[in-house]
Design a protein around this ligand. Structure first.
Ligand code: BG6
Length: 483
């Protein structure tokens, strides 16, 4: 795809655009990574002039950039910005947009940073205005529907106008440095691959823990819950990167193909297994980040509901590499700490010669956030002399990526990488329609199972690690969560 001449953001005054998109574009520009003539057009309903809009964007960029704000970089960036006012469900909006686009060299990329209810109307509006032909492309963000069926409706409407090669479905986890580093860890090192299978690995844990609550998004969140909001996308993408076969190259079709195979190999969880393999929770009043916080139903705009704010699942990838290896997934709001971590626990030694000295299985711990690190726990002899023979203890080989790259850079916004990739026309780091479909198929079955069997979330106090069922989920198999 040729470099676009225009980057259009629908929903340009919304939260995502303010906090992520404009600051990301600003930083890309400051680093000289945007095409020289790229115009950035904000589209939204408010009646703003270009000057008023630029002023607003300046405020958002300054706030996000903090000490990294540079006046000369801003003065260059601001010349790219214009504003197209209009209601995206009316043809007039597209006439205004066409005027703003006239004279732009190259195609246009349209970022739909709006309510998903507007995705189909916008794509239709673009089509009617003749704005969907090559090389134009579209970027969409989750939630793309709230089930396989509704996701498919949106994807079908998009596919009528934009082929897969010009459709960029964002999962912002794929833009995180640490998540991209997972690909390097697995495929730029020969060390792990011979061990990366059921013969050496006992189980895998993927945890994305947040201390935040629903943060004023009760309306959205209550319709989704942790399973749709986090597992269907972010956690399953992490699982794919851990479980996928080594791809032969990094082309989009190769990478997507390997991830789809993993998602299609996820063993469906039957209704009769829901109690054993799933645990749902909802937080009640408690203490998070040192402050007393309300329970979920008492949040701003809240009400009594059966939506889960925590979920733990035991997944299996039914293929030769992973047969019999549990993948435990866990995510929740109002947990004790914010961290995202993948733990690969290796098998025990087949026979111990160290009588009386307990051995701990080797463990590879990949911490994605807040601070990126990789550690490998191995057993060591303690440097003491005892009559009983060897005394052993587990120690970690640690790699702190923050220390290794100290002073290199500010932590980039995940969107910077993804916007750059989209502008370059590369869909590798985006989610293919087949991936979204396969992920929904697995998730829908679980959610429908909960409804069929009447299984409701159980409560957990804010600031704890979720309901008792989450612990039972691993303990049943003789495992325990790494905390
Ligand atoms: C979003 C979810 O996709 O990811 C939010 O909708 C969640 O509920 C967020 O808080 C977590 O992202 P991050 O980058 O803060 O881990």
């Amino acid at each position: 795809m040729a470099m676009p001449g225009a980057f259009v953001i629908f929903g340009a005054t919304g939260d995502l655009a303010r906090r992520m998109l404009f600051p990301s574009l600003y930083f890309l520009d400051a680093d000289g990574l945007l095409p020289a003539k790229l115009r950035i057009i904000g589209a939204a309903r408010s009646a703003l002039t270009d000057a008023e809009f630029r002023k607003q964007v300046e405020g958002w960029v300054r706030e996000r950039a903090g000490a990294f704000f540079s006046q000369p970089a801003w003065e260059s960036f601001v010349t790219r910005l214009t504003y197209a006012a209009g209601d995206s469900t009316s043809p007039d909006a597209y006439r205004v947009l066409q005027e703003k686009l006239s004279g732009a060299e190259g195609g246009a990329l349209f970022y739909l940073s709006t309510s998903p209810a507007l995705y189909i109307p916008i794509v239709k509006g673009l089509a009617a205005a003749g704005l969907t032909s090559p090389p134009n492309g579209v970027i969409v963000e989750k939630p793309i529907g709230n089930s396989g069926r509704t996701c498919d409706e949106i994807n079908s409407a998009i596919a009528e106008q934009f082929p897969e090669s010009r459709t960029f479905r964002i999962d912002h986890y794929l833009g995180k440095e640490a998540v991209q580093n997972l690909i390097a860890l697995r495929f730029a090192n020969a060390l792990f691959e011979p061990l990366w299978n059921r013969h050496a690995i006992d189980h895998v844990q993927i945890t994305v823990a947040e201390t935040l609550g629903v943060e004023g998004r009760f309306g959205y969140y209550d319709e989704y819950g942790a399973t749709r909001d986090m597992v269907q996308n972010h956690l399953l993408q992490l699982l794919c990167l851990i479980a996928m076969e080594p791809p032969s190259d990094m082309r989009p079709e190769t990478m997507h193909g390997e991830k789809v195979k993993v998602l299609r190999a996820l063993r469906p969880i039957r209704d009769s297994e829901l109690i054993e393999k799933t645990s749902r929770g909802q937080y009640t009043r408690g203490v998070a980040d040192g402050k007393t916080v309300p329970g979920y139903s008492d949040e701003e705009g809240g009400k009594a509901s059966d939506t889960e704010t925590f979920v733990a699942l035991c997944a299996h990838v039914d293929n030769w590499r992973w047969a019999g290896v549990p993948f435990y997934l866990r995510t929740g709001k109002r947990l004790p700490i914010r961290h995202s971590q993948i733990v690969v626990e290796f098998r025990d030694v087949p026979h111990s010669i160290f009588k009386g000295a307990p051995l701990m299985a080797n463990r590879l711990v990949i911490t994605l956030q807040p601070a990126e690190s990789i550690s490998l726990t191995i057993m060591n002899k303690t440097p003491t002399l005892t009559q009983g023979g060897y005394e052993l203890q587990p120690l970690s080989l640690n790699l702190s990526l923050i220390d290794a790259f100290k002073g290199e850079n500010r932590v980039r916004i995940a969107y910077e990488r993804l916007l750059l990739e989209a502008i370059s026309g590369n869909t590798t780091m985006f989610v293919h329609r087949d991936e979204a479909d396969a992920a929904w198929l697995w998730i829908d079955r679980i959610i429908e199972g909960w409804a069929r069997t009447g299984l409701k979330p159980t409560s957990y106090p804010a600031g704890s690690w979720g309901p008792a069922g989450a612990f039972a989920l691993t303990e049943r198999n003789g495992h325990s969560w790494h905390e």
